[in-house]
Ligand binder design. Structure first.
Ligand SMILES: Cc1ncc(COP(=O)(O)O)c(C=O)c1O
Length: 286
């Protein structure tokens, strides 16, 4: 399998990363997951913009321009002949030796950039049947808007859900729902979509921004307002969203059914509008 290592496409076995890399020692880095349909990147510009925004917030000088990154990722898709799948990319601040929490004030030139692909079909069964989730206190840090590779809080929440035989964990702070361990969360009540506003407590998801754009175009009201755990559980429909899940119906929360345990009409509509967006950018998929 080909991967990107810094500026070039290489075989995976040829990648050599220093044990003092700050990504390895401090989780000092950023990542993105971009979906590929028909061998074409979907919403790449938005993902790359979020990466550049995150880099600015942590003083990370990215080792490429936006254009160069797109070019490299396209070469990677071509190199691995990916039709439907994911690109995982990450950039770390590179080596600081001897180990030192503080990073150099001056431009750090040793940033390490890697990217790889996996072939993953759309999970149509899950998108139809929906997922079961638990709720948990959000114990993560206060910069959840930065797509940091430091994901212990998210990992622990996801693991807790899996231990209980569920798919995802919905997180809350002070009784207000923030997002999930690996996705954003929205509810629908009386045909209005509610979701936590962007800010430092959630990741500004690209998928939700696409879904809200098409929802508004279809005349559905979207309110970026917080909602409580009680409102979550009394919602008509609930859906999680992410690059890999698209619009994913939530059919059970803490053992109680949502919407009678079926994907509701608004989420179904959002799913089909999302497919239209994919097809506009990447060609026919259905
Ligand atoms: C914590 C968290 N929130 C939200 C999202 C959804 O973001 P996106 O739609 O850009 O994939 C993700 C995706 O990985 C995530 O990890």
């Amino acid at each position: 399998m080909k991967v990107i290592w810094n500026n070039q496409l290489v075989e995976r076995e040829d990648v050599k990363i220093d044990m003092e890399d700050r990504g390895y020692q401090f989780a000092d880095g950023l990542y993105e997951v971009i979906r590929v349909y028909n061998g074409v990147l979907f919403t790449a510009k938005q993902h790359i913009e979020r990466l550049f925004t995150g880099a600015k917030k942590i003083d990370l000088i990215l080792p490429f321009t936006r254009e160069k990154l797109i070019k490299l990722l396209s070469e990677l898709i071509e190199g691995n002949q990916i039709e439907t799948g994911n690109i995982y990319l990450q950039v770390t601040r590179g080596v600081s030796s001897p180990r030192n929490h503080a990073y150099p004030e001056t431009e750090c030139t040793s940033t390490v950039f890697t990217a790889s692909t996996t072939s993953v079909p759309r999970n149509l069964k899950m998108m139809n049947d929906g997922i079961k989730v638990i709720t948990l206190p959000d114990m993560r840090w206060l910069h959840c808007d930065i797509k940091s590779i430091s994901l212990l809080g998210n990992i622990m929440a996801k693991h807790e859900a899996h231990k209980k035989g569920k798919d995802e964990a919905i997180l809350y702070r002070d009784n207000r729902v923030t997002e999930c361990s690996t996705s954003n969360i929205s509810i629908i009540k009386d045909n209005i979509i509610y979701t936590h506003p962007d800010g430092n407590l959630i990741l500004p998801g690209i998928t939700k921004s696409v879904l809200f754009k098409v929802a508004r175009q279809a005349g559905i009201t979207v309110k970026e307002e917080t909602f409580t755990l009680k409102e979550l559980k009394e919602a008509d429909e609930v859906f999680a969203s992410s690059t890999t899940m698209e619009a994913m119906p939530v059919i059970e929360i803490d053992g109680e059914l949502v919407g009678g345990g079926n994907c509701g009409p608004v989420v179904k509509l959002l799913q089909s509008l999302y497919v239209t967006e994919i097809e506009t950018e990447c060609g026919i998929i259905s």
